[in-house]
Design a protein around this ligand. Structure first.
Ligand code: DC
Length: 225
């Protein structure tokens, strides 16, 4: 047990988890941990080193030996640092999105990353987002939220995000990617994507980020749902 506060935010790709969690962290002055970025950083490193995502043994070894860190830059933007390299932008590339769910399905890879995630939560008030935060990583979190949204809405949000970064992707391509990842993430044996029994489920399809943030702040400030 820890005296630090923990807020878990889970949900499928594009449900708004990271935008909401970042804003909440700012308002509550908590540390934000994007666990998806950790799986992405590892996947990026594997691709860069030419390690195949089917080479489970090498991936397990990489997960054990890779240092993944978060730093805040001068513009107050969180940077993801992997073995000293700033990979913040690189881990959002479509080829990483395409491969990450396979890497994240390996139980021993998850074990290594969960150890790192729990260590971060030991010494900070934390908002952590991912797929298994409320169920596995922080089962005693003070608050658990599970964000959902329609597939069309989630795909539109991701498409905007990719376009703003100059990536050439189509709505169909994004829908296919999200559908494939959600399937892999929810059907894997270890820590599948699912809401904790005590999570509050929020449908963000018709809500903007501010509305979701205010809703969560309301719950947090009133001590429960
Ligand atoms: O949130 P994201 O799209 O950046 O996550 C990338 C992938 O990592 C996602 O397809 C599932 C996986 N993931 C996971 O399995 N467990 C987590 N706690 C976070 C992400």
């Amino acid at each position: 047990m820890t005296n630090f506060k923990q807020i878990a935010i889970d949900g499928p790709a594009g449900a708004g988890k990271s935008s909401v969690a970042k804003k909440l962290a700012e308002k509550l002055k908590y540390i934000y941990v994007d666990t998806g970025a950790m799986y992405r950083a590892l996947t990026y490193k594997a691709l860069k080193k030419g390690v195949s995502v089917t080479d489970t043994k090498k991936l397990i070894e990489l997960a054990k030996t890779t240092l993944i860190d978060f730093q805040i830059d001068d513009s107050n933007v969180q940077r993801v640092i992997c073995d000293g390299e700033d990979v913040t932008e690189a881990i959002r590339r479509p080829e990483v999105s395409d491969a990450v769910s396979v890497v994240a399905a390996i139980p021993e890879v998850r074990e290594s990353l969960v150890i790192k995630q729990r260590a971060l939560a030991k010494s900070n008030n934390i908002i952590m987002d991912g797929r298994d935060i409320g169920t596995i990583v922080l089962p005693d979190a003070n608050f658990k939220f599970f964000l959902i949204a329609s597939l069309e809405e989630r795909a539109k949000r991701r498409l905007e995000e990719f376009k703003s970064k100059g990536y050439k992707v189509t709505l169909k391509g994004v829908i296919d990617d999200i559908t494939k990842r959600d399937k892999l993430d929810s059907e894997r044996e270890t820590s599948p994507l699912r809401p904790a029994e005590d999570a509050l489920i929020i449908d963000t399809s018709d809500l903007n980020i501010t509305q979701v943030v205010n809703h969560i702040l309301n719950v947090v400030n009133n001590g429960g749902s």
